[in-house]
Design a protein around this ligand. Structure first.
Ligand SMILES: [Zn+2]
Length: 67
């Protein structure tokens, strides 16, 4: 499937099941700032950011803690 970076997000949401429920950030910097903020609020939370192919935005994903 060709990647369409300029398609409006609402069209992509039809098949972007996981993406739809997640908060979207416009770039990596915003996503990382949000992740750091949430990790400050919740000490045992580990988040990482990833680029989403469906909405061309960035999402946070929970990262399992390594013990
Ligand atoms: Zn997405």
């Amino acid at each position: 499937m060709p990647r369409k970076n300029n398609a409006p997000p609402h069209q992509l949401f039809h098949f972007a099941s996981n993406c739809q429920q997640k908060r979207r950030y416009v770039n990596e910097k915003m996503a990382e700032a949000a992740a750091e903020h949430q990790m400050l609020l919740q000490y045992d939370l580990e988040l990482s950011v990833y680029k989403c192919d469906l909405c061309s935005g960035w999402h946070l994903t929970r990262r399992p803690r390594t013990k």
